[in-house]
Design a protein around this ligand. Sequence first.
Ligand code: SAM
Length: 296
Amino acid sequence: MTKAEIGNGRRTREIIQKYGVHAKKGFGQNFLTDLNVLTGIVDAAEITKADNVIEIGPGLGALTEQLAKAAGEVVALEIDTDLLPILDDVLAPYQNVKVLNQDVLKANLPELIQTQFTDPKRPIKVVANLPYYITSPILMGLLNSPVQWAAICVMMQKEVADRLTAKVGTKQYGALTLAIEYSMTAHEAFGVSRHAFVPAPNVDSAIVVLTPRPTPLPVEPFDRQKLFKFIKACFAHRRKNLWNNLKPVIGKDHDQQDQAGQLLERLGIERTVRPEALTLNQFIELANGFHKLAII
Ligand code: SAM
């Protein structure tokens, strides 16, 4: 008799029982047990046999199995050594999957791609049901890496997904939204109830798909890292207006304050505007102007 798929609720429970698995909160372990969601993720990422896939956190292998069926090759990075023998066992039927015992935050992704995939030139997609406690560091690590991702399709807490895909002027719009927009286009594919997981987390989730920006940035920043430090300072106190957030950046020097005020005027930006009303281009123009004035 052929076995049910790993993400089938009954099969997951069998695996948990057979290997005595205790989901580790510290590693953000919530296992997906809904095949519609699992195949939905693979569809949202538009995985084909021409793709190389990196999966972060294979867990019990439920998503890995669906990826193995759809992709050319899958390399999965799992931090929890206790899960490795289980993954070895349940993924044995799939020859195109490698599971590596690695912390994704410490992994050298360009080297891993070169050494682990048979054909590293194929499009590289990241697919994951993320460990929620490190969603932002993982995303930032992926975006700051020199790898050209064909797509990043990841499940996260719904509230974080809303921040990633937020429109300018909304409460959710902030430094994270802008960091994504800098290099990618984000869209929320679908929401997922907490009841699709074992154990159920305390929050609902959503799948976000990031694809490369179709057009380059109209204005180049003087320095990407410093731009984002500047943007963070602009959002330091969300209830304060832009000028009040900028005060600690500008300092007490009256000349500098005047010059900064004139710069805002030249750019058509009101001092009383809220930071969430500014577009990425406006932040870049502002940061470039502050740099020219030797303020940052
Ligand atoms: N993919 C599985 C699923 O969908 O059922 C499990 C997802 S679970 C939300 C997150 C997984 O990420 C766990 O297997 C956990 O052990 C793993 N993980 C946590 N921190 C990690 C890290 N820093 N690097 C790699 N994997 C990690």
